[in-house]
Design a protein. Structure first.
Length: 115
C-alpha cells in the first residue's frame, strides 16, 4: 500500500495538478478514482476526521446532486455524508491522505505540508 493516497478525478484540473505536484516531489501515491470506486459513509467519515473538517466543508454545493438530494446549508452531517456516498461527485477534490492526516488539494500546494 502506498504511503500517500489521492482521491482523484482525472477530469478535474486541481486534481491533476495535485497529482503532478506529488509526483514532482518524488511521491507516487495510490490513486483512488473515487467516482468509480465510491467511498462509503464510513470511509467519508474517516476522511473528514483526517481532514479535521465537517461534511459541509467537503461537499460541492454547486453540483446538481446537491439540489436533487434536497441538501441545504442546514442539512445534517449524516444527510450530507449519505448524499456524498450515494453521489461521489459531491465530494470536493482532490483529497490527499497520509497516515492519520489528510488535506484538500485546493490549492494543490496544500499537499506540500502533508508530504
Amino acid at each position: 500500500m502506498a504511503d500517500v493516497t489521492i482521491f482523484h478525478n482525472p477530469r478535474c484540473s486541481k486534481s491533476r495538478n495535485t497529482l503532478a505536484l506529488l509526483e514532482e516531489n518524488g511521491v507516487t501515491p495510490e490513486v483512488v478514482l473515487y467516482l468509480e470506486t465510491q467511498p462509503d459513509a464510513a470511509e467519508i467519515r474517516s476522511l473528514l476526521k483526517k481532514l479535521g473538517i465537517g461534511a459541509h466543508e467537503l461537499v460541492r454545493k454547486g453540483e446538481e446532486e446537491f439540489k436533487t438530494c434536497g441538501l441545504t446549508a442546514d442539512s445534517s452531517e449524516s444527510d450530507i455524508i449519505a448524499a456524498m456516498a450515494a453521489h461521489p461527485r459531491l465530494i470536493e477534490r482532490p483529497v490527499v491522505v497520509k497516515g492519520n492526516r489528510a488535506v484538500l488539494g485546493r490549492p494543490p500546494e496544500n499537499v506540500l505540508d502533508l508530504i
